[in-house]
Design a protein. Structure first.
Length: 369
């Protein structure tokens, strides 16, 4: 069993699969697993798996021990991730309450809502906080100016600030696509479905507070769109794929699958959905009956290779001239070069990406504060 096969088997175990892990443990390179988990922002989730191995396979771990130093380092990272989650949860609840009191309907996108789907919500590595405020761009901007310190750069679909040290994006709408036709359809779809997302209130862990989060039916489209956009922008990692695994692995979707598939085709997400289903099946064992689209092996292998090479949000790409680590001008051309590799797989989005990015650059200059 090679390293990557062992890593995938271990990830399935972390998600709750009951396969026998004796052979995996015997051949595991724990330092390489730690490196993989760090690159993919999965240290908390994988540490939960390590703890479970200690209870279920103590004898096997004696034969191939993790090592005290590595184990203590890993434990420290897991505890740090837990504290980060507690902080972001507190800020999410505070911000949601503040916006609601001020008459602004909103919901928390991805992040802390996704964490609630995990067996241990504190094991998911948090990032910034994305909040969709369901009102006009002008109202959101004016409100933000009076309540937050804003960054100079306002983007087409969000503005950036911080709250109690946590980076916050206030979204005018949840996401965007590069292709103008599909983007227009997507924005109409967001508008049609906005009210329900801001009414879907849930409780955070340990009684920290409440937030509104999108429904599963909304997330299955929105988060796929988010993955698709980031695939062309910087790249996506295994953390985002595991988030989507939890979104899709929900029996609620079986009832609406026909409607959902029509929406994916209408929004230009069908081919990418097939690629993601291949990755979810190959890496995480998603059964075919839970899939929202047929697996697309050709595109799925491409997607998986990009995920493994680039890591979390493409920060570890060794190819494409390390484009995510370059200055703006060099990065601009390296991105075009990278995305031209994808034209035959996803032509509508790949060909539109440099056009959208150029338009967005001048839009941001015009609206700079």
């Amino acid at each position: 069993m090679n390293d990557i096969t062992a890593f995938f088997a271990f990830l399935k175990y972390c998600l709750g699969y009951k396969e026998n892990m004796s052979r995996v443990i015997a051949g595991m390179n724990w330092h390489e697993l730690y490196s993989f988990a760090s690159k993919q922002a999965l240290l908390g989730l994988c540490f939960n798996g390590i703890e479970r191995l200690g209870k279920e396979y103590p004898e096997e771990l004696k034969q191939n021990p993790i090592g005290r130093e590595l184990l203590m380092t890993w434990m420290g990272k897991a505890q740090q991730i837990r504290r980060q989650n507690m902080k972001v949860n507190a800020v999410a609840s505070k911000l949601f309450s503040m916006l609601r009191v001020d008459g602004m309907r909103c919901c928390i996108l991805k992040g802390q809502g996704n964490a609630l789907m995990y067996p241990n919500p504190y094991s998911r590595t948090p990032g910034d906080m994305d909040v969709w405020v369901n009102t006009s761009r002008e109202q959101i901007t004016e409100y933000a100016k009076t309540h937050f310190k804003l960054e100079d750069d306002i983007r087409f679909h969000h503005l950036e600030t911080t709250m109690d040290g946590v980076p916050v994006e206030l979204h005018f709408f949840p996401g965007i696509m590069n292709n103008p036709i599909y983007n227009a359809r997507l924005l109409k779809w967001f508008k049609r479905n906005a009210d329900l997302q801001c009414s879907n209130v849930v409780s955070l862990s340990d009684g920290i507070g409440e937030i509104a989060i999108p429904t599963t039916a909304f997330n299955v489209v929105y988060q796929l769109c988010h993955l698709y956009h980031h695939f062309f922008d910087e790249g996506i990692g295994m953390r985002q794929i595991i988030d989507y695994y939890y979104v899709v692995n929900n029996d609620e979707l079986l009832v609406i699958r026909d409607t959902l598939q029509r929406e994916l085709k209408h929004l230009g997400l069908w081919k990418f959905a097939g690629a993601v289903m291949f990755v979810l099946h190959e890496v995480l064992g998603l059964p075919e009956e839970k899939m929202i689209a047929p697996m697309d092996e050709k595109r799925g292998k491409l997607l998986l290779a990009e995920i493994l090479n680039g890591g979390n949000f493409g920060r570890h790409f060794a190819k494409y001239g390390h484009f995510t680590q370059q200055g703006m001008a060099k990065k601009y051309f390296l991105k075009i070069w990278r995305n031209m590799h994808f034209v035959r797989y996803f032509p509508a989005e790949a060909l539109s990406e440099p056009i959208f990015r150029t338009w967005h650059f001048f839009w941001r200059l015009k609206h700079r504060r």
